[in-house]
Design a protein around this ligand. Structure first.
Ligand code: FCB
Length: 443
């Protein structure tokens, strides 16, 4: 790594991120069914129809996993608290075992000097609420608000920071328009409603968090860098629309209380009635913004298809195992743009950045030089953004462990720690050791 801690502000935090369904083992401890369980059980949705029932067995092995973070010299751990583990039906009865698990987990972080960065929703909608329409039902905001209170009553006194939602674009658009994630809908009307209700649920949860004086409340958004394929006005318009759907829809709503009109025009009458009345709640101040960044897309108009009539072209850049182009400059650009156009001096954290690689275990080691380079380049891009004036306060690698990569099952390995799913043995990869080395220098 070509950086040390001395290159970053003194209070800058380095950490790694995970999410509940991807690592815990949802089959343990009385957790309720989620829309990912049924989506995975339906042929053709997930590679090998794999689900999160066992995953990395983190539910039982969390102590060992937190030891790995501590041994790497990390300052913080970004984790999520599963709604269906805490409230198996999504509403009503609380699963004490679920609350006890998160209580132990947070204490175990603190015992190792790791700051807990919690995410309230990282995609596992309880099935009983899916039955009622999940994100397409306006009531989801209140259901989510109630869950927020239940979990924060138990661990809110000890977490360093809390994010309402992880990646609302994925929750709403990827899952209700593109159909790639649970609940797997491909429907304009469902998408329009989910796109608004995720923001409303964020606003409602923020209000509940404020009412209990919870500190450091924010949200984690994903940003996808849109590059026009050429300078044709139609191409520029398609790129602007793509940026509107993927990026501006969320950050603009949350910081300014407005939606890009290119997107509301496309959703038309499918937007929930009187959505304008919700924008005040949606845009109440947040304390910090989480930025997830992975890749860019080269955008062109797709005249064969109805709105949004956009397609992504092949990218000549080197790609990861997900087929995602590697473009660290995109991270710097977003961090600077967000600071200039939306959040000013508000603290920003890179809450996810990482890559899947074709990692092979040999002699108890994994040599992953491409990942080490990737991490280095994105951490340096973060430093460039700080030098350009962005108030970035931390960087979390995605992910600590190889884990359940949603529609790709266990096929894609993002971890700095390798997981053998047969034995659950953890093996830190070369990138883990390189990062640990960098974090120990100039401590
Ligand atoms: C993000 C998700 C995370 C993981 C990474 C690769 O979109 O937040 O759960 O799947 O992508």
């Amino acid at each position: 790594m070509h950086f040390t801690r001395a290159d970053f502000p003194e209070d800058f935090v380095f950490g790694a991120a995970t999410a509940a369904y991807q690592i815990e083992g949802h089959g343990f401890g009385g957790a309720g069914s989620t829309h990912w369980d049924t989506f995975a059980a339906t042929p053709g949705n997930v590679l090998g129809a794999q689900d999160g029932a066992v995953a990395c067995d983190h539910y039982h092995r969390y102590a060992e996993d937190l030891d790995l973070l501590q041994a790497a010299g990390m300052d913080a751990y970004r984790f999520s608290t599963s709604w269906a583990r805490v409230m198996p039906e999504g509403r009503g009865p609380v699963n004490q075992d679920g609350l006890d698990f998160y209580d132990r987990l947070v204490d175990a972080m603190l015992a190792r000097g790791l700051k807990p960065y919690q995410t309230l929703y990282h995609w596992e909608m309880p099935s009983a609420l899916s039955d009622l329409g999940g994100w397409t039902n306006r009531d989801v905001a209140n259901w989510f608000g109630d869950f927020t209170e239940v979990i924060m009553d138990r661990i809110g006194d000890r977490v360093e920071a809390v994010a309402t939602l992880n990646e609302p674009w994925c929750i709403a658009f990827l899952s209700h328009f593109l159909g790639h994630h649970a609940p797997g809908l491909r429907d304009l009307r469902a998408a329009a409603r989910a796109m608004h209700h995720v923001n409303l649920a964020h606003g409602e949860a923020m209000q509940r968090l404020r009412a209990r004086n919870q500190k450091n409340c924010g949200i984690v958004l994903n940003f996808d860098y849109a590059v026009p394929a050429d300078n044709d006005p139609d191409t520029l318009a398609a790129t602007d629309l793509q940026d509107g759907i993927a990026n501006r829809w969320f950050i603009e709503a949350i910081t300014k209380g407005t939606y890009p009109t290119v997107v509301t025009d496309g959703f038309g009458d499918h937007m929930p009635k009187n959505w304008q009345d919700d924008m005040d709640l949606i845009s109440k101040p947040i304390d910090w913004l989480g930025v997830n960044y992975y890749t860019r897309h080269i955008i062109a108009p797709d005249r064969e298809q109805p709105w949004p009539s956009i397609k992504a072209l092949d990218d000549p850049l080197p790609k990861t195992d997900m087929d995602w182009a590697i473009f660290p400059e995109g991270l710097k650009n977003f961090l600077v743009r967000l600071s200039n156009d939306y959040v000013g001096d508000m603290p920003v954290f890179v809450t996810e950045n990482g890559m899947a690689g074709d990692d092979r275990l040999s002699d108890d080691a994994v040599d992953d030089p491409i990942r080490a380079q990737f991490v280095n380049d994105h951490i340096l891009a973060t430093k460039d953004a700080i030098d350009a004036g962005a108030n970035v306060k931390g960087f979390f690698y995605w992910s600590l462990l190889d884990n359940y990569e949603w529609a790709f099952g266990y096929d894609k390995r993002f971890g700095i720690v390798h997981v053998d799913y047969e034995t659950q043995k953890r093996t830190p990869k070369a990138s883990y050791h390189a990062l640990a080395q960098a974090l120990k220098t100039n401590r």
